[in-house]
Design a protein around this ligand. Structure first.
Ligand code: MRU
Length: 361
């Protein structure tokens, strides 16, 4: 792993008792950190895509709860636990699909319930920092495990941004790509631009350039052609590598809209499909992908491009932000606790039985 990946791409920073978020809406042109001191601002930052990516959303919510606790405790030291519930629920409404958000909120809620100390802020901050650090460590482990699956040097295709920017640092899918590139197993990265927010163009391509990993952008519609024609080239695409926002207990995978199409393409062309995600992304309460809530964002994001109208006035648009890839199209789910090949309920259950849900800090 490059030190650079840790050190230079930091979407979330806790500094001087404030939360600083790199405004991802402005990347790669501007690098501006927003300073947040209020939990309402934190919730809006998640909804408005200042920070995005499932693990990054969870980490941000945890810091948001620290900010909320500071205010609630100051206002009402006796009843702050009841009062903060409103803030937890507001954060939970900020985005619906990434389960890491709810995982982090539930964890902080449990800690709040059990807190015996007079001033809760220091304890909650320690937990938020731990969630952040654990996520980076998980990504580094997934990087190693995922890279081991790539047998011969090849090109890979990724979608959206599952990099340092989408996590505490290093990235899930991009963590695998970083590790495999370091081992000289990756010749080239193809990145879907990912309409309508262009996470591939603005974020993934930028991260790859930072690490000197050769990257070519594709419009989504080019993926099928590139996968097919690359097979006879010196840069054959052998793996599609993506992250996830929620994995159901049967191994169905929700990720950025367009992922499902890539999984179908991968199977059709005989290439492999890998999902890299920490166990905090696995939702054992969801039996199958059909039960995963899929965020539908404003049609304005499709009808306009960078505030400029691109569709006929009067045209409607649909804007589902995620889709579900059925488990049977997934070759490997890579987590920090191990790799699940050809996932199904039994294998996911076995993996999760090793995961201690409660943290002892
Ligand atoms: O809408 P976004 O940008 O939050 O969507 C992000 C993704 O779909 C990522 O692929 C996913 O969260 C995995 S991030 C490690």
């Amino acid at each position: 792993m490059t030190a650079k990946a840790y050190d230079s791409i930091k979407p979330i920073i806790w500094q001087n008792d404030t939360l600083q978020l790199l405004d991802q809406r402005l990347l790669p042109v501007e690098h501006i950190y927003l300073t947040l001191n209020d939990v309402n601002e934190v919730a809006h930052a998640i909804t408005d895509m200042v920070v995005r990516g499932a693990p990054a959303i969870g980490i941000t919510a945890a810091y948001g709860i620290v900010i909320a606790a500071r205010k609630r405790f100051l206002e009402n030291p006796d009843n702050w636990r009841q009062a903060i519930e409103e803030d937890l629920q507001m954060l939970a409404r900020s985005r619906p699909t990434a389960v890491n958000l709810f995982w982090a909120i539930d964890l902080m809620r449990e800690v709040i319930k059990g807190l015996a100390v007079a001033d809760p802020v220091a304890t909650l901050l320690a937990i938020a920092k731990q969630i952040h650090e654990d996520d980076i460590a998980a990504n580094v482990t997934m990087g190693k495990l995922g890279a081991q699956l790539i047998e011969e040097k090849c090109a890979v295709l990724t979608h959206c941004n599952a990099g340092a920017l989408a996590t505490g640092g290093y990235g899930t899918a991009l963590g695998v790509i970083r590790s495999a590139f370091k081992l000289d197993k990756i010749s080239h990265v193809y990145a879907d631009e990912t309409r309508p927010w262009l996470q591939g163009a603005r974020l993934t391509a930028w991260e790859m350039v930072q690490d000197n990993i050769p990257v070519s952008l594709l419009v989504e519609g080019a993926a099928a052609h590139m996968i097919k024609t690359s097979q006879a080239s010196d840069k054959p695409i052998r793996w599609v590598i993506v992250g996830s926002d929620r994995i159901a207990s049967n191994g169905d995978v929700a990720n950025k809209i367009g992922t499902y199409a890539l999984a179908v393409l991968a199977r059709h062309h005989g290439i492999k499909f890998m999902v890299a995600a920490p166990t905090t992304t696995i939702d054992m309460n969801i039996t199958c992908g059909g039960d995963i809530p899929i965020e539908e964002r404003s049609s304005d994001e499709v009808l306009n491009f960078s505030s400029m109208q691109v569709a006929a006035t009067g045209a409607q648009a649909r804007n589902p932000a995620f889709d579900v890839t059925p488990a049977e199209l997934v070759d490997a789910i890579v987590t920090e606790k191990g790799v699940v090949l050809k996932p199904d309920l039994d294998k996911i259950k076995a993996l999760m039985s090793h995961v201690a849900r409660a943290r002892s800090l």
